[in-house]
Ligand binder design. Structure first.
Ligand code: GLU
Length: 441
């Protein structure tokens, strides 16, 4: 059974990068017929907030990325404690007593000598008595995971291909603070083991964490999940943009972006497949494959999202939006205006154009008689089939006008705007009486 997990820390709102990771996890599980887990990484009680947990749930629901299960790290401390005890017993973790300032100084000295700032394992050299003395002085240890320097850490990443890290070049990671609280690294591994996670899908900022975590899986005698690290998102300018960190579901909703558009874009950017305006996730899921992911950063372009949103709306059936349209607006009205929409909210503007009243600009002098004539013709044509063509054909014959001079004064008088939906679709909806009244000014 394939199991993926999305593991946000509830210390803020989801941004577009997190959303993309959630989507990848969801799509992968969907394709495999597996399970998608939401894991709230709330071991940091000080920075985690309940309102963010709720916002994460709401954002995922809006996006249609519904987790099969939700778990919270804050409810799993007993498991972490038990596994930690195993690691202590197995000699895989050790207490360290350096203060943050001491560690900082060590790093500075190493850097000054041109050495990599790797933890020197001084704590491992402490004797039983040294430790007792420190603890007697009230120094509480933090805990480090002891990396096995025996062999390179290797895995085949589903996106990045073969990966190799030399553990001797890495610091033994701190997994537990002096006050007993957990850092993210070990709880995540314990959860992945206990929840049977088969595929860890996250951003490439976690690649070196993966190297460390692989040794934790091994120290706990567990099988490794597979790993996929997607290249990060960049903004339009091509660099990591601050703006991306603030773009999330609230912003998308506010500017009228549909969840389908967010999904369609984020499912494909950074892959070798084209971004396409598909509302239905089924084809996107069917084609989802980490081997299509590129190594270069994926570019997120807000203008592209807006465009995709419009193109998806242009195909959206009435039933899918009916409850968000003005009362009275029916299927025919939706079909008539939808090719012109950037957002669903704009449908209300066109509904107003259909229903009236419409504020038309004062017609040009040459057009006054023309519009009066149009009103007369509108009274005579057959309104049951294609009145727009009947009206304009009759006016063309009668006046010799064509092109813009034939059509534009009519459009302006009838809709108050120079541009808009196809008049052939709009006119039957405006109807005979309103048409005549508007043409008469
Ligand atoms: N809470 C971690 C984060 O948001 C989870 C990383 C992971 O997927 O393991 O970065």
């Amino acid at each position: 059974m394939t199991v993926t997990r999305f593991a946000p820390s509830p210390t803020g709102r989801l941004h577009v990068g997190n959303i993309r990771t959630a989507l990848h996890n969801w799509m992968y599980a969907q394709k495999a017929g597996g399970r998608f887990l939401l894991r709230i990484d709330d071991t940091d009680a000080e920075r985690s907030e309940e309102r963010y947990v709720e916002a994460i749930r709401a954002d995922l629901a809006w996006l249609g990325l519904i987790p099969d299960i939700e778990v919270r790290q804050s409810q799993r401390f007993a498991s972490y404690e038990a596994r930690f005890a195993e690691l202590v017993a197995g000699g895989h973790v050790y207490p360290a007593y350096e203060s943050a300032q001491e560690l900082d100084l060590k790093r500075k000295i190493q850097l000054g000598r041109g050495l990599p700032p790797v933890y020197d394992r001084a704590a491992l050299a402490l004797s039983e008595e040294d430790r007792a003395k420190l603890e007697g002085e009230g120094v509480r240890p933090h805990w480090r995971f002891k990396l096995d320097h025996g062999a390179a850490i290797e895995w085949e990443d589903a996106v990045r291909g073969p990966q190799r890290f030399d553990p001797a070049t890495m610091s033994d990671p701190v997994i537990r603070r002096a006050d007993g609280t957990w850092l993210y690294m070990l709880p995540s591994v314990i959860d992945d083991i206990d929840m049977g996670v088969t595929q860890v899908v996250r951003g490439e900022d976690h690649v070196s964490n993966t190297a460390l975590q692989i040794q934790m899986f091994q120290a706990l005698g567990a099988e490794l999940p597979r790993f996929a690290h997607a290249a990060l998102l960049t903004g339009n300018e091509g660099k990591l943009s601050k703006r991306l960190g603030s773009l999330g579901v609230d912003h998308f909703r506010e500017i009228g972006i549909e969840p389908q558009a967010v999904r369609a874009l984020l499912a494909r950017i950074g892959t070798s497949d084209p971004v396409e305006p598909v509302a239905d996730m089924a084809p996107l899921i069917a084609g989802f494959d980490f081997s299509r992911f590129g190594r270069a950063p994926a570019r997120f372009d807000e203008a592209e999202l807006a465009q995709l949103n419009a193109r998806i709306l242009h195909q959206t059936p009435y039933a899918a939006v009916a409850d968000r349209l003005p009362t009275g607006m029916g299927d025919a009205e939706w079909e008539a205006v939808r090719p012109n929409l950037n957002t669903v909210a704009e449908a209300a503007d066109w509904w107003q154009v259909i229903e009236g009243p419409v504020e038309a600009p004062e017609p040009a002098e040459d057009d006054c008689a023309y519009l009066a004539q149009a009103a007369a013709v509108a009274g005579q044509i057959d309104w049951n089939s294609d009145p727009w063509h009947a009206l304009t054909a009759a006016l063309k014959d009668a006046t010799g006008r064509k092109g813009k001079t034939l059509f534009l004064p009519l459009r302006l008088a009838l809709t108050g705007r120079a541009k808009g939906p196809d008049m052939a679709a709009l006119l039957p909806l405006i109807g005979r009486d309103r048409t005549i009244a508007r043409l008469n000014g």
